[in-house]
Write a new protein. Structure first.
Lengths: 128, 233
Protein backbone atom coordinates (compact mmCIF):
# COMPACT_ATOMS: atom_id res chain seq x y z
CA UNK A 1 0.00 0.00 0.00
CA UNK A 2 1.07 3.57 -0.48
CA UNK A 3 3.01 5.35 2.23
CA UNK A 4 0.62 8.29 2.07
CA UNK A 5 -1.86 6.35 4.20
CA UNK A 6 0.33 6.23 7.31
CA UNK A 7 -2.35 8.27 9.05
CA UNK A 8 -5.40 6.36 10.16
CA UNK A 9 -8.54 7.28 8.27
CA UNK A 10 -10.87 9.66 10.12
CA UNK A 11 -13.34 6.83 10.59
CA UNK A 12 -10.75 4.59 12.20
CA UNK A 13 -9.45 7.44 14.33
CA UNK A 14 -12.97 8.25 15.54
CA UNK A 15 -13.60 4.59 16.37
CA UNK A 16 -10.43 4.38 18.46
CA UNK A 17 -11.18 7.69 20.19
CA UNK A 18 -14.69 6.51 21.08
CA UNK A 19 -13.38 3.18 22.31
CA UNK A 20 -10.87 4.99 24.52
CA UNK A 21 -13.62 7.15 26.04
CA UNK A 22 -15.88 4.15 26.65
CA UNK A 23 -13.03 2.18 28.25
CA UNK A 24 -12.25 5.07 30.58
CA UNK A 25 -15.91 5.60 31.53
CA UNK A 26 -16.92 1.95 31.59
CA UNK A 27 -13.87 0.13 32.92
CA UNK A 28 -11.08 2.37 34.22
CA UNK A 29 -13.44 4.58 36.23
CA UNK A 30 -13.82 1.71 38.73
CA UNK A 31 -10.26 2.43 39.78
CA UNK A 32 -10.79 6.18 40.15
CA UNK A 33 -10.12 7.74 43.53
CA UNK A 34 -13.20 7.89 45.72
CA UNK A 35 -11.84 10.69 47.86
CA UNK A 36 -13.80 13.96 47.82
CA UNK A 37 -12.73 16.25 45.00
CA UNK A 38 -11.03 19.60 45.58
CA UNK A 39 -14.18 21.65 46.05
CA UNK A 40 -15.85 19.10 48.31
CA UNK A 41 -12.69 18.80 50.38
CA UNK A 42 -12.37 22.57 50.75
CA UNK A 43 -16.05 22.82 51.66
CA UNK A 44 -15.57 20.25 54.37
CA UNK A 45 -12.38 21.80 55.75
CA UNK A 46 -13.66 25.37 55.81
CA UNK A 47 -17.09 24.37 57.04
CA UNK A 48 -19.68 24.90 54.32
CA UNK A 49 -20.13 21.32 53.08
CA UNK A 50 -23.34 20.88 55.06
CA UNK A 51 -25.03 23.63 53.07
CA UNK A 52 -25.09 21.21 50.12
CA UNK A 53 -28.55 19.92 49.30
CA UNK A 54 -29.45 16.66 47.64
CA UNK A 55 -29.98 17.07 43.94
CA UNK A 56 -33.55 16.58 42.68
CA UNK A 57 -31.89 14.15 40.27
CA UNK A 58 -30.79 11.90 43.15
CA UNK A 59 -33.61 9.51 42.22
CA UNK A 60 -32.20 9.05 38.70
CA UNK A 61 -31.40 5.42 37.88
CA UNK A 62 -27.79 6.48 37.29
CA UNK A 63 -27.38 8.82 40.26
CA UNK A 64 -23.81 8.99 41.59
CA UNK A 65 -22.55 7.00 38.61
CA UNK A 66 -24.08 3.74 39.75
CA UNK A 67 -26.90 1.90 38.05
CA UNK A 68 -29.97 1.18 40.12
CA UNK A 69 -30.69 -2.54 40.34
CA UNK A 70 -27.15 -3.74 39.63
CA UNK A 71 -25.43 -4.86 42.79
CA UNK A 72 -21.95 -5.51 41.43
CA UNK A 73 -20.09 -2.20 41.88
CA UNK A 74 -17.89 -2.72 38.87
CA UNK A 75 -20.78 -3.43 36.50
CA UNK A 76 -23.05 -0.84 38.09
CA UNK A 77 -20.52 1.96 37.66
CA UNK A 78 -19.45 0.72 34.25
CA UNK A 79 -22.99 0.72 32.88
CA UNK A 80 -23.64 4.21 34.25
CA UNK A 81 -20.39 5.45 32.71
CA UNK A 82 -21.16 3.98 29.30
CA UNK A 83 -24.78 5.21 29.33
CA UNK A 84 -23.61 8.68 30.31
CA UNK A 85 -20.90 8.74 27.65
CA UNK A 86 -23.27 7.63 24.93
CA UNK A 87 -25.84 10.21 26.08
CA UNK A 88 -23.22 12.92 25.70
CA UNK A 89 -22.19 11.53 22.31
CA UNK A 90 -25.75 11.59 21.00
CA UNK A 91 -26.61 15.03 22.41
CA UNK A 92 -23.34 16.81 21.60
CA UNK A 93 -22.72 14.93 18.37
CA UNK A 94 -26.27 15.62 17.19
CA UNK A 95 -26.00 19.29 18.09
CA UNK A 96 -22.66 19.68 16.29
CA UNK A 97 -23.93 17.83 13.24
CA UNK A 98 -26.87 20.25 13.00
CA UNK A 99 -24.65 23.30 13.60
CA UNK A 100 -21.88 22.37 11.17
CA UNK A 101 -21.04 24.38 8.09
CA UNK A 102 -22.26 22.64 4.98
CA UNK A 103 -19.26 22.74 2.69
CA UNK A 104 -20.55 21.82 -0.68
CA UNK A 105 -17.97 23.93 -2.48
CA UNK A 106 -15.11 21.48 -2.73
CA UNK A 107 -16.89 18.23 -3.26
CA UNK A 108 -14.72 17.70 -6.31
CA UNK A 109 -11.07 16.72 -6.63
CA UNK A 110 -8.82 16.10 -3.63
CA UNK A 111 -9.76 18.97 -1.35
CA UNK A 112 -9.96 18.30 2.36
CA UNK A 113 -10.85 14.67 1.87
CA UNK A 114 -7.70 13.85 -0.03
CA UNK A 115 -6.38 11.52 2.63
CA UNK A 116 -9.68 9.78 3.03
CA UNK A 117 -10.01 7.21 0.35
CA UNK A 118 -13.61 6.46 1.16
CA UNK A 119 -14.89 9.93 0.37
CA UNK A 120 -16.83 9.12 -2.81
CA UNK A 121 -18.86 6.42 -1.10
CA UNK A 122 -19.75 8.48 1.94
CA UNK A 123 -23.54 8.63 1.98
CA UNK A 124 -23.69 11.77 4.09
CA UNK A 125 -22.27 14.13 1.50
CA UNK A 126 -25.35 15.87 0.28
CA UNK A 127 -25.37 16.75 -3.38
CA UNK A 128 -24.76 20.30 -4.48
CA UNK B 1 -15.48 21.05 40.93
CA UNK B 2 -19.19 20.37 40.56
CA UNK B 3 -21.11 22.80 42.73
CA UNK B 4 -24.11 21.14 44.42
CA UNK B 5 -27.40 22.87 45.11
CA UNK B 6 -27.31 24.93 48.28
CA UNK B 7 -23.74 26.28 48.26
CA UNK B 8 -24.83 29.51 46.60
CA UNK B 9 -27.99 31.50 47.26
CA UNK B 10 -30.82 31.94 44.76
CA UNK B 11 -29.85 35.39 43.38
CA UNK B 12 -26.31 34.23 42.65
CA UNK B 13 -27.56 31.01 41.07
CA UNK B 14 -29.98 32.96 38.90
CA UNK B 15 -27.23 35.37 37.89
CA UNK B 16 -24.87 32.58 36.89
CA UNK B 17 -27.79 30.93 35.09
CA UNK B 18 -28.25 34.07 33.01
CA UNK B 19 -24.52 34.24 32.32
CA UNK B 20 -24.54 30.57 31.28
CA UNK B 21 -27.50 31.00 28.94
CA UNK B 22 -25.84 34.04 27.35
CA UNK B 23 -22.55 32.21 26.97
CA UNK B 24 -24.16 29.15 25.42
CA UNK B 25 -26.15 31.36 23.03
CA UNK B 26 -22.94 33.05 21.88
CA UNK B 27 -21.26 29.66 21.57
CA UNK B 28 -24.10 28.32 19.41
CA UNK B 29 -23.31 31.11 16.96
CA UNK B 30 -19.54 30.90 17.22
CA UNK B 31 -19.38 27.12 16.92
CA UNK B 32 -20.89 27.22 13.43
CA UNK B 33 -17.58 28.61 12.17
CA UNK B 34 -15.61 25.84 13.87
CA UNK B 35 -17.67 22.86 12.78
CA UNK B 36 -17.76 21.15 9.42
CA UNK B 37 -18.33 17.63 8.12
CA UNK B 38 -15.04 16.41 9.60
CA UNK B 39 -14.78 18.39 12.80
CA UNK B 40 -18.41 17.88 13.93
CA UNK B 41 -17.95 14.16 14.67
CA UNK B 42 -14.60 14.95 16.28
CA UNK B 43 -16.25 17.53 18.54
CA UNK B 44 -18.94 15.05 19.59
CA UNK B 45 -16.22 12.61 20.56
CA UNK B 46 -14.32 15.31 22.43
CA UNK B 47 -17.43 15.94 24.55
CA UNK B 48 -17.74 12.19 25.16
CA UNK B 49 -14.10 11.97 26.15
CA UNK B 50 -14.47 14.90 28.57
CA UNK B 51 -17.40 13.12 30.23
CA UNK B 52 -15.31 9.96 30.58
CA UNK B 53 -12.26 11.89 31.76
CA UNK B 54 -14.25 13.65 34.46
CA UNK B 55 -15.08 10.22 35.95
CA UNK B 56 -11.40 9.46 36.51
CA UNK B 57 -10.72 11.09 39.85
CA UNK B 58 -7.01 10.95 40.57
CA UNK B 59 -5.72 11.08 44.13
CA UNK B 60 -4.08 14.37 45.05
CA UNK B 61 -3.03 14.31 48.71
CA UNK B 62 -4.38 14.03 52.20
CA UNK B 63 -7.62 12.36 51.23
CA UNK B 64 -8.43 14.65 48.32
CA UNK B 65 -8.89 13.87 44.68
CA UNK B 66 -9.18 15.85 41.49
CA UNK B 67 -10.49 15.18 38.05
CA UNK B 68 -10.14 16.58 34.58
CA UNK B 69 -12.27 19.65 33.92
CA UNK B 70 -11.52 19.46 30.22
CA UNK B 71 -12.08 23.06 29.19
CA UNK B 72 -8.59 23.61 27.80
CA UNK B 73 -8.55 20.13 26.25
CA UNK B 74 -11.85 20.64 24.45
CA UNK B 75 -10.90 24.15 23.31
CA UNK B 76 -7.62 23.02 21.78
CA UNK B 77 -9.11 19.94 20.13
CA UNK B 78 -12.45 21.32 18.94
CA UNK B 79 -12.24 25.13 19.13
CA UNK B 80 -13.26 27.43 21.99
CA UNK B 81 -16.93 27.99 21.07
CA UNK B 82 -17.47 24.32 20.43
CA UNK B 83 -15.73 23.57 23.72
CA UNK B 84 -18.29 25.66 25.60
CA UNK B 85 -21.02 23.49 24.08
CA UNK B 86 -19.06 20.29 24.84
CA UNK B 87 -18.71 21.19 28.51
CA UNK B 88 -22.31 22.41 28.78
CA UNK B 89 -23.61 19.13 27.36
CA UNK B 90 -21.41 17.12 29.73
CA UNK B 91 -22.50 19.16 32.75
CA UNK B 92 -26.17 18.87 31.77
CA UNK B 93 -25.99 15.09 31.46
CA UNK B 94 -24.11 14.89 34.76
CA UNK B 95 -26.62 17.10 36.59
CA UNK B 96 -29.76 15.45 35.18
CA UNK B 97 -28.74 11.77 35.01
CA UNK B 98 -25.87 11.34 37.46
CA UNK B 99 -26.91 13.84 40.14
CA UNK B 100 -23.34 15.20 39.86
CA UNK B 101 -23.61 18.95 40.38
CA UNK B 102 -26.90 20.54 41.37
CA UNK B 103 -29.84 21.46 39.16
CA UNK B 104 -30.17 25.06 40.36
CA UNK B 105 -26.35 25.08 40.31
CA UNK B 106 -26.18 24.02 36.65
CA UNK B 107 -25.76 27.63 35.53
CA UNK B 108 -22.96 28.03 38.07
CA UNK B 109 -21.21 24.90 36.86
CA UNK B 110 -21.55 25.86 33.20
CA UNK B 111 -20.19 29.30 34.06
CA UNK B 112 -17.23 27.90 36.02
CA UNK B 113 -16.17 24.93 33.92
CA UNK B 114 -17.82 25.70 30.58
CA UNK B 115 -17.16 29.43 30.25
CA UNK B 116 -14.33 30.33 32.67
CA UNK B 117 -12.42 27.07 32.25
CA UNK B 118 -12.63 27.18 28.47
CA UNK B 119 -11.91 30.91 28.19
CA UNK B 120 -8.93 30.81 30.53
CA UNK B 121 -7.56 27.74 28.78
CA UNK B 122 -8.02 29.14 25.30
CA UNK B 123 -6.52 32.55 26.15
CA UNK B 124 -3.42 30.98 27.70
CA UNK B 125 -3.13 28.60 24.74
CA UNK B 126 -3.36 31.49 22.26
CA UNK B 127 -0.81 33.52 24.23
CA UNK B 128 1.70 30.66 24.33
CA UNK B 129 1.17 29.90 20.66
CA UNK B 130 1.74 33.58 19.82
CA UNK B 131 4.99 33.68 21.79
CA UNK B 132 6.49 30.48 20.40
CA UNK B 133 7.14 29.41 16.81
CA UNK B 134 4.06 28.21 14.94
CA UNK B 135 5.00 24.54 14.97
CA UNK B 136 3.08 21.34 15.63
CA UNK B 137 5.41 20.44 18.47
CA UNK B 138 4.30 23.49 20.43
CA UNK B 139 0.60 22.56 20.43
CA UNK B 140 0.59 19.92 23.19
CA UNK B 141 2.87 21.80 25.64
CA UNK B 142 0.81 24.96 25.09
CA UNK B 143 -2.37 22.97 25.78
CA UNK B 144 -0.84 21.57 28.97
CA UNK B 145 0.09 25.02 30.21
CA UNK B 146 -3.41 26.27 29.36
CA UNK B 147 -4.90 23.39 31.35
CA UNK B 148 -2.60 24.09 34.29
CA UNK B 149 -3.79 27.69 34.52
CA UNK B 150 -7.48 27.05 33.80
CA UNK B 151 -8.12 25.04 36.97
CA UNK B 152 -7.02 27.60 39.60
CA UNK B 153 -8.72 30.34 37.59
CA UNK B 154 -12.04 28.46 37.73
CA UNK B 155 -11.44 27.81 41.44
CA UNK B 156 -10.88 31.53 42.00
CA UNK B 157 -14.10 32.43 40.23
CA UNK B 158 -15.97 29.93 42.40
CA UNK B 159 -14.52 31.69 45.45
CA UNK B 160 -15.68 35.01 44.07
CA UNK B 161 -19.20 33.63 43.66
CA UNK B 162 -19.03 32.17 47.14
CA UNK B 163 -17.99 35.54 48.55
CA UNK B 164 -21.00 37.15 46.89
CA UNK B 165 -23.62 34.49 47.41
CA UNK B 166 -22.32 31.73 49.66
CA UNK B 167 -24.99 30.49 52.06
CA UNK B 168 -22.53 29.72 54.88
CA UNK B 169 -20.69 32.48 56.74
CA UNK B 170 -17.14 31.38 55.98
CA UNK B 171 -14.34 33.89 55.56
CA UNK B 172 -13.54 34.40 51.89
CA UNK B 173 -9.78 34.44 52.38
CA UNK B 174 -9.89 30.98 53.97
CA UNK B 175 -11.93 29.61 51.08
CA UNK B 176 -9.68 31.30 48.52
CA UNK B 177 -6.47 30.02 50.09
CA UNK B 178 -7.80 26.46 50.30
CA UNK B 179 -9.36 26.49 46.81
CA UNK B 180 -6.21 27.92 45.20
CA UNK B 181 -3.74 25.62 46.91
CA UNK B 182 -5.66 22.42 46.17
CA UNK B 183 -6.62 23.38 42.65
CA UNK B 184 -3.09 24.43 41.82
CA UNK B 185 -2.15 20.80 42.46
CA UNK B 186 -5.20 19.46 40.61
CA UNK B 187 -4.15 21.71 37.72
CA UNK B 188 -0.97 19.66 37.38
CA UNK B 189 -3.07 16.55 36.80
CA UNK B 190 -5.20 18.51 34.34
CA UNK B 191 -2.03 19.61 32.52
CA UNK B 192 -0.61 16.08 32.31
CA UNK B 193 -3.84 14.55 30.96
CA UNK B 194 -4.45 17.42 28.54
CA UNK B 195 -0.87 17.38 27.27
CA UNK B 196 -0.86 13.62 26.72
CA UNK B 197 -4.22 13.51 24.96
CA UNK B 198 -3.44 16.49 22.72
CA UNK B 199 0.00 15.09 21.90
CA UNK B 200 -1.56 11.74 20.98
CA UNK B 201 -4.12 13.28 18.64
CA UNK B 202 -1.57 15.67 17.12
CA UNK B 203 0.63 12.64 16.55
CA UNK B 204 -1.88 10.73 14.45
CA UNK B 205 -4.39 13.24 13.04
CA UNK B 206 -3.11 16.81 13.48
CA UNK B 207 -5.68 17.95 10.91
CA UNK B 208 -8.44 17.16 13.42
CA UNK B 209 -6.93 19.40 16.12
CA UNK B 210 -8.41 22.90 15.99
CA UNK B 211 -5.46 24.46 17.80
CA UNK B 212 -2.99 22.93 15.33
CA UNK B 213 -4.55 24.39 12.18
CA UNK B 214 -2.17 27.30 11.69
CA UNK B 215 0.90 25.14 12.37
CA UNK B 216 -0.35 22.53 9.95
CA UNK B 217 -1.02 25.15 7.27
CA UNK B 218 2.46 26.62 7.44
CA UNK B 219 4.04 23.18 7.45
CA UNK B 220 1.93 22.06 4.53
CA UNK B 221 2.98 25.10 2.54
CA UNK B 222 6.62 24.33 3.14
CA UNK B 223 7.11 20.66 2.51
CA UNK B 224 4.13 19.21 0.80
CA UNK B 225 5.00 17.54 -2.45
CA UNK B 226 2.50 17.04 -5.21
CA UNK B 227 1.13 13.53 -5.09
CA UNK B 228 -0.39 12.26 -8.28
CA UNK B 229 -4.10 11.87 -7.72
CA UNK B 230 -4.55 8.82 -9.88
CA UNK B 231 -2.11 6.57 -8.02
CA UNK B 232 -4.55 3.69 -8.11
CA UNK B 233 -3.02 0.76 -6.34
Amino acid sequence: MSTSSRRPSPRRFFAVFLLAALLVAGVASYYASSHPDGLEFVAEKTGFLDTAEDSPAAASPFADYSTKGIDDDRVSGGVAGVVGSLSVLVLAGGLFWVLRRRDTDHAGPAGASGSDGSAPSTPTTSGV
Amino acid sequence: MHVPDGFLDAPTSIATGVVAVGGVALALRGARRELDDRTAPMAGLVATFVFAGQMMNFPVAAGTSGHLLGGALAAVLAGPWTAVLCLSTVLMVQALFMADGGITALGTNITLMGLVGVAAGWLVFKAVRALLPDRLGVVAPAAALAALVSVPVAASVFTLLFAVGGTAPVATDRVLAAMLSWHAVIGIGEAVITGLVVASVVGVRPDLVYGARSALRSRTLEIRQPTPAGEAS
